[in-house]
Design a protein around this ligand. Structure first.
Ligand code: XMP
Length: 510
């Protein structure tokens, strides 16, 4: 992809992805590999520098993870962070021991040597620590570049070999001069700073053209950020040889299908619309169990998509909006996380349909995808859309899904989004939506008793969907949303607010 890169060897730190992000923010391409990647493969990649990540292991343990030792003979700069520093210390004959005092949180780094990796820093810097082990004997050929109250060897350097070890985490924003440290490392590596959206778009277009030649590419679009950017990018490369398919599963938000079709048509992308609402609702009839609903929707999507595409021609390629974080989850040394809910994507499709994959976003983080989307002329409203689950409103209509219930929820949801946007919360929160509960309660409207549905409002802050906090919305806004829903949506006489965090509650109710 790019021969001016810095690679990161992952020892299982929760911050590994952040390191790659920081390097890329400095316009240098950076990729993550498992710590035990072979030396041959590293030589093939030919990076300009290597960063060893942190990790939960101890270098003195049996079977502790170590990189291929030849990397230190490559004559390229190496930066070890936390566990990475300890790896360097151990390999070069220093000593690492478990520390009595765990150092966690902010510490003051006293810098002894304000050159190379620490060029331009102050005498004292706030740094973020998170370690139990520490270096107690400095390896030969290294000198101390900085210390903290609890770590005499918080920063060690070997200027001749250009090897640097830091006990703290420059990738975490709490380390105030973290970016400056990475910038210094990049300078030491002498990498070109050419990782920008334009370069990526041009290189990817060229690659797609070379790969596809005269064949055709099929792409499932949903109107979400990833599939939209994928389609726009491929369209730029091969135009009419790309065929997009949009399946309306009947579980979409109000007028969503119209908006999506319009967006693609405006730029001349070939999009086929399949209205499969009836088939989906038929299959979902009488189904109450959330996992069953998810499975039915996922499998049916594959079936509908496959049948339709067979009708419209022969394809060699299938485009998918896979992102970088999806890929590196599988290379990390961490174990696979348990399935809480089976998430729906177009997984199984390529094998089933015997198609080759085209994944033009697979080196990108979400914010990079948005930047590229902007360059490709995709409306900001689409690029900054809140996440919407694959099974759509089916996981927000609790219990059996029917057209009538979906319509009630669609109208309520539309009011929620409208008010949340007007109040300036839409882009501040992770998600804001309504859930239709399977209970009816008594109310009074005019002089009449009512017996109708309840809508639960869910608004959460989150960084990545893994954890979430409910948002303390102003009472006036809650009041506005509640009274509009009750007044404007026929069939609802009560609105409640969900005040549960994740964990233990998930974001979606099913
Ligand atoms: P939960 O409900 O598990 O959701 O706390 C975490 C995030 O994932 C979204 N979500 C999905 N996204 N397919 C998706 O693409 C799915 O099946 C799916 N289910 C949940 C959810 O909206 C939240 O942002």
């Amino acid at each position: 992809m790019n021969n001016d890169s810095i690679i990161i060897l992952d020892f299982g730190s929760q911050y590994t992805q952040l390191i790659a992000r920081r390097i890329r923010e400095l316009n240098v391409f950076s990729e993550i590999y498992p710590f035990n990647i072979s030396f041959e493969k590293i030589k093939e990649i030919n990076p300009k520098g290597i960063i060893l990540s942190g990790g939960p292991s101890s270098v003195y343990e049996k079977n502790a993870p170590f990189p291929a030792p030849q990397i230190f003979e490559l004559n390229i700069p190496i930066l070890g962070l936390c566990y990475g520093l300890q790896v360097i210390a151990e390999i070069f004959g220093g000593k690492v021991k478990s520390s009595q005092l765990r150092e966690y949180g902010l510490a003051i780094l006293k810098i002894k040597n304000k050159k190379s990796i620490f060029a331009g820093l102050k005498d004292k810097e706030k740094v973020w620590m998170s370690h139990g082990d520490k270096v107690i004997k400095i390896p030969k050929g290294f000198e101390v570049a900085g210390k903290t109250e609890n770590s005499d060897y918080a920063a060690i350097v070997n200027e001749e070999k250009k090897i640097y070890g830091l006990q703290f985490h420059p990738e975490v924003i709490h380390t105030e001069s973290g970016m400056k440290i990475f910038e210094n490392f990049i300078k030491i590596c002498k990498t070109k700073r050419n990782w920008v959206a334009e370069t990526y778009i041009n290189a990817t277009i060229k690659e797609i053209r070379e790969k596809v030649k005269d064949d055709k590419v099929l792409c499932a679009v949903s109107g979400g950020v990833d599939s939209t950017v994928t389609a726009f990018l491929i369209n730029k490369a091969i135009g009419k040889k790309l065929i997009c398919v949009f399946v309306n599963n009947g579980l979409l938000r109000l007028d969503e299908e119209k908006k999506v079709i319009k967006m693609f048509e405006r730029v001349g992308i070939n999009v086929h619309y399949i209205n499969a609402e009836k088939i989906f609702l038929k299959k979902l009839k009488g189904v109450v169990d959330p996992e069953k609903k998810r499975k039915i929707i996922g499998n049916l999507f594959i079936k509908v998509f496959e049948n339709y595409s067979k009708k419209i021609g022969k394809f060699k390629f299938l485009a998918q909006g896979t992102l970088y974080p999806d890929l590196i989850e599988s290379v990390s040394v961490k174990g696979p996380s348990a399935t809480i809910k089976s998430h729906h994507n177009v997984g199984g499709l390529p094998e089933k349909m015997k198609l080759k994959l085209i994944e033009p976003l697979k080196f990108l983080f979400k914010d990079e995808v948005r930047k590229i989307g902007e360059r490709l002329g995709i409306p900001l409203e689409v690029l900054w859309r809140q996440p919407f689950p694959g099974p759509g409103l089916a996981v927000r209509v609790i219990g059996e899904v029917t057209k009538e219930k979906l319509d009630i929820l669609r109208n309520a949801d539309n009011i929620i989004i409208d008010e949340i946007k007007k109040a300036g919360y839409y882009n501040k929160v992770w998600q804001s939506f309504g859930v239709l509960l399977p209970v009816k309660t008594v109310g009074v409207m005019g002089d009449k008793r009512t017996y109708e549905n309840v809508i639960a409002l869910r608004v959460v802050y989150s960084k990545d969907g893994m954890t979430a906090d409910w948002v303390n919305l102003p009472y006036e806004l809650l009041n506005k949303i509640s009274s509009r829903i009750i007044n404007e949506v026929k069939g609802v006489n009560r609105v409640v607010y969900d005040i549960s965090n994740k964990p233990p509650s998930t974001i979606e109710w099913e």
